[in-house]
Design a protein around this ligand. Structure first.
Ligand code: GLC
Ligand code: MG
Length: 422
């Protein structure tokens, strides 16, 4: 958050499973559309917050399976764990507030008396979250009885039913909504209260997000019955909350447009990049678009035309250098020439490219440094490179690529130099 010197323009607080991530779309298209929109138009002045029911363990697993961006803030275990930045620094202050009228031992003891409750995996049992599976038909009754028992034992807990199967027991002060309220308060004291906040969700544990004042909300089209029911009973007349027509991340993009929170056209929805050349004054945009072009080129989704390579060459410096992750130095223009022979080589294959944490800084007048992570999913293999691009801006000529340097990302599961082009 330190990188922001003024209040963020937009803060998106999104659930992951069935909201940001569509588990029914093996191509991850809506997620990839959201990713390019975020990196293109929001990353530099906005905040991305993931708020998931998953524990840190399962959250990290999901990151390996799906092309998720790196959020600025991660809220896990149904609002009981808040962490900041890439290295996920925990918010100890938040944890302290959760101990009020909470006793893990008593919660487990009382819950174990219910045969209808089946304990979830060990990884999902957290210091301030105890989780079970329970049949839909039993959920209401069990919740009611559990609450009474906890009350008798002097505890103040919150029981949340999600996804028509999960039952979470948390301290009363916890939950996704309370965690968001805490975060907003914290940002406000730092003078960084977001101009707009958009909460996105699909299931029971997201309901609280939609009752935080001054927050826009979107329930994605595929929202669960329990969330729609909650909405009908509690927030039907709130114009700040919509039920989107589109699934998952598509619904988030739809809400950005609906509430007029900023640009809502993903670069992935633009078919011809050469056409939008004139607006190209932002080096971050240039990079997002280049790697999108690169994906389409290799998938054979753009025409194998000289015009493209000629335009790329024209915007790269004649003496420009590319340092490949292997350490080999090449000329930038030769790299573009080499690209020619790869047109369509990934046609019909599982091949996707996305950029993450695209941030541009203008070091000296007329010079820009763009840092980003470039990821490539190639079949079952995923590789990523920390990428630095140096641009020079010349009056009337737009941006010129001067230097590109890549090194393998720590999280890359393979660091195989061969067949990595750029
Ligand atoms: C995630 C968690 C699970 C929790 C559910 C609903 O799936 O892994 O423990 O019950 O979210 O909050
Ligand atoms: Mg969900």
């Amino acid at each position: 958050m330190e990188r922001l010197t003024s209040p963020p323009r937009l803060m998106i607080v999104s659930d992951l499973d069935h909201t940001m991530v569509d588990h029914h779309d093996p191509e991850n298209l809506s997620l990839l559309r959201f990713n390019s929109l975020w990196e293109h138009a929001y990353r530099h002045d906005s905040l991305l917050v993931f708020s998931t029911g998953r524990s840190p363990t399962l959250y990290k697993e999901l990151r390996k399976e799906k092309p998720l961006l790196t959020p600025d803030i991660t809220i896990m275990s149904v609002g009981t764990e808040i962490t900041y930045g890439n290295s996920m620094v925990p918010d100890h202050g938040w944890v302290e507030t959760l101990n009020n009228k909470w006793d893990l031992g008593i919660v487990k003891e009382e819950a174990s008396k219910f045969s209808e409750l089946k304990l979830q995996a060990e990884t999902e049992q957290r210091p301030h979250k105890v989780s079970f599976y329970v049949d839909k038909s039993k959920a209401q009754e069990v919740t009611k009885e559990l609450s009474q028992r906890f009350l008798k034992r002097g505890l103040d807990v919150k029981i949340i039913y999600s996804g028509g199967m999960d039952l979470d027991i948390l301290p009363q002060g916890a939950g996704k909504g309370q965690a968001l309220a805490y975060l907003l308060k914290k940002l406000k004291t730092e003078g960084k209260l977001p101009v707009n906040t958009l909460a996105c969700g699909d299931s029971g544990n997201d309901a609280e997000l939609f009752s935080i004042p001054d927050v826009y909300g979107v329930m994605v089209s595929n929202a669960q019955e329990e969330l729609l029911k909650w909405h009908a009973e509690n927030a039907k007349d709130n114009p700040k909350v919509i039920h989107a027509k589109e699934r998952c991340a598509g619904g988030i993009i739809q809400a950005i447009g609906h509430f007029k929170l900023g640009p809502n056209l993903s670069p992935r929805d633009v078919s011809d990049f050469l056409e939008c050349k004139v607006e190209n004054v932002n080096p971050g945009h240039e990079v997002v678009k280049f790697f999108l072009f690169y994906e389409r080129w290799r998938r054979g989704e753009v025409e194998n035309s000289e015009a493209y390579t000629a335009s790329l060459k024209a915007s790269s410096h004649p003496g420009g250098v590319f340092v490949h992750p292997s350490g080999t130095e090449k000329s930038l223009r030769d790299t573009i020439d080499e690209l020619r022979k790869y047109h369509g080589d990934k046609q019909g294959k599982k091949f996707r490219v996305w950029t993450d944490q695209v941030l541009a800084t203008d070091t000296t007048p007329g010079t820009w440094i763009v840092k980003l992570d470039k990821w490539e999913q190639d079949g079952e293999e995923r590789r990523g490179c920390t990428t630095t691009v140096k641009f020079t801006a010349k009056e009337g000529e737009g941006l010129v690529w001067e230097h590109v340097q890549q090194t393998w990302s720590e999280e890359s599961n393979v660091k195989n130099d061969s067949s990595w082009i750029i």
